[in-house]
Design a protein around this ligand. Structure first.
Ligand SMILES: [Zn+2]
Length: 570
């Protein structure tokens, strides 16, 4: 079990290794490279995959129902003193959006279904291949709400883990991403249909239970059990619906604008976890000011057993039990997961192939906290690390961010959805300017809070804010593989007092539309010019006060590109 978990962690390291981002000064240090070779990162010679347009129908293959909307899950669980079995009863409230449906198919893994009722009456069902198909005896009209109750039990094979934690204490943790919630409760296990949820968990009295939303009740159940009731009134995707139950130290460092913050830590790691999570309230404040109101009733940071370094479960973020060290080295993961509360959890991709709307946003907004709190240097180190990951990934296997060829959802946890997605946001910020970009981000959140989105929704909001079409930008950065590789040759024309600069895009893919800043450096003096590339090759001439000693390409590192500048023959 542990080895398997380790292997999975290695394979899906994008999701866990944000904490391992390391300083990579030199690799992308625009100003400190040897003269005439400003930035050499090798040529990313990839296969041209051609342009995949965004017009392709969004569909990751999950069978969507357009005549049913799941409104709410009421998940009641009994967890015993020993063993790995659970007993569950989940009530699903479904609204009919059209008349005529006679079977409701749900996702449910290999648990034993004892009984199903629909509207209080026993219903026939078929349970096979992780699908639970429930027959409606009655016919429903559009607008009718139907209560489906499924009673079930057994040992979950995935999704809910009942096992000793790192201290040997028995613990219970859900770990759903992307579609493993079905292994412990029935539902529409796909983010296209978000719902509110409540959890009524009866467990040994020594355990505290944490879940999404607000705690409504704890009640002693004699002789030695306790019932805990949590409920979220904000709709969330099933991959974020979780419970955690264990012997915890619950630390309450305070609240921010009436949002309580709490840490659920194993008692042996109480001090270490309190140190690791110390900046979470500051992060909550930062993102609220930057994006808009925090979407949930509380923010809990939970030490857990999860296969990921951090998992952004709505308002109950799970962190790998091993990531708690007291050194704050997981701080970038903490920021990433808190940023996810807005992007991923509240504004959710409705199709898995648009995962960058969750992971690219969390990557970039995670880094933005450090730009604000710790300064430009740390922020630019994070961006540089992202750039080198994308360049490495492109060298191995060029692919677009939006890649409908991916069928194993875990393969979506790649450098394109995370690092390139984040850099796309940085480039969009560079293009729009801070004021318009962050205003657009606030528009996007305000418009789609608690809802689902596709890339075109984001593009449309940002284009409206900018007042210009952004189709070209998203086509080249999201729907096309590769990135620009720019060769710059310059020479000084002493007779005319001009510098001549030739920029050529040498990547195998078609030319990018690319606004590039050039800095002409002579001693302490630096003159800058902004040029826009559209074709394979451009030549520009600029009058300068004197011959530059060197030319810097994109000196503030806004762009995802590989660039090489050299002085040519005069
Ligand atoms: Zn993430």
């Amino acid at each position: 079990m542990r080895r398997t978990a380790e292997r999975v962690k290695e394979e899906h390291n994008e999701k866990k290794r944000i904490s391992k981002w390391t300083v990579s000064t030199g690799l992308l240090a625009f100003g400190h490279a040897p003269k005439a070779v400003l930035l050499v990162l090798g040529l990313g010679l990839g296969l041209g995959l051609g342009l995949v347009t965004g017009a392709a129908a969004a569909n990751d293959g999950y069978p969507r129902m357009d005549d049913v909307d799941i409104l709410h899950y009421r998940i009641q669980l009994e967890i015993g003193e020993t063993g790995r079995a659970i007993q569950g009863e989940t009530t699903i409230l479904a609204e009919m959006l059209a008349a005529g449906r006679d079977v409701l198919p749900l996702d449910l893994g290999a648990l034993t279904v004892d009984r199903v009722t629909v509207g209080g009456k026993s219903a026939a069902f078929d349970h096979s291949d992780n699908r639970l198909s429930i027959t409606f005896e009655d016919s429903y009209a559009a607008g009718d709400t139907v209560a489906v109750v499924v009673s079930y039990g057994g040992e979950p094979v995935d999704g809910l883990f009942i096992q000793p934690n790192k201290f040997g204490d028995r613990s219970v943790f859900a770990d759903n991403w992307p579609n493993r919630a079905r292994h412990w409760f029935p539902g529409v296990d796909h983010p296209y249909d978000k719902a509110t949820a409540e959890f009524i968990v009866t467990a040994p009295a020594a355990y505290d239970v944490v879940a999404n939303g607000r705690m409504l009740e704890t009640t002693a159940v004699p002789p030695e059990r306790k019932r805990t009731h949590w409920k979220t009134d904000a709709p969330i995707p099933t991959y974020c619906m979780v419970i955690g139950a264990a012997r915890f130290s619950i630390v309450r460092p305070g609240s921010w604008r009436e949002i309580p913050v709490s840490y659920y830590l194993f008692p042996g790691d109480r001090d270490a976890g309190t140190a690791d999570f110390a900046r979470s309230t500051e992060m909550l404040a930062f993102y609220t000011d930057l994006i808009g109101p925090y979407p949930y009733a509380k923010l809990a940071l939970v030490q857990s057993s999860t296969r990921f370094g951090g998992m952004e479960n709505a308002s109950a973020i799970f962190f790998s039990e091993h990531s708690i060290t007291g050194t704050r080295r997981n701080e970038a993961v903490v920021a990433h997961e808190i940023a996810h509360q807005w992007f991923g959890d509240s504004v959710t991709e409705s199709d898995w192939h648009h995962l960058w709307l969750s992971e690219g946003f969390a990557t970039y907004f995670g880094a933005l906290f450090f730009e604000e709190a710790d300064g430009d240097e740390r922020f630019h180190e994070m961006l540089a690390r992202s750039r080198s990951r994308v360049i490495d990934a492109n060298r191995r296997a060029p692919a677009p961010v939006f890649n409908p060829g991916i069928t194993d959802l875990f393969d979506l946890l790649n450098a394109y959805n995370y690092s390139k997605g984040g850099l796309v946001l940085h480039m969009l910020r560079g293009l729009m300017g801070d004021e318009a970009f962050f205003a657009g981000i606030r528009d996007f959140y305000a418009r789609f809070r608690d809802q689902t989105v596709l890339t075109r929704d984001f593009r449309s909001v940002m284009a409206t804010r900018l007042g210009e079409d952004l189709g070209w930008f998203f086509d080249q950065w999201i729907y096309r593989a590769g990135h620009p590789v720019v060769e710059v040759t310059w020479s000084w024309d002493d007779r005319n007092g001009e510098v001549a600069v030739r920029l050529s895009q040498t990547q195998p893919q078609e030319p990018y539309r690319l606004p590039v800043t050039l800095a002409f450096v002579a001693g302490d003096r630096q003159e800058r010019r902004l040029v826009e590339l559209r074709d394979r090759s451009h030549e520009f001439r600029f009058r300068l006060d004197g011959a530059p000693a060197e030319v810097l390409v994109d000196p503030d590192a806004w762009l995802l590109m590989e660039a090489r500048a050299r002085q040519g023959d005069g």
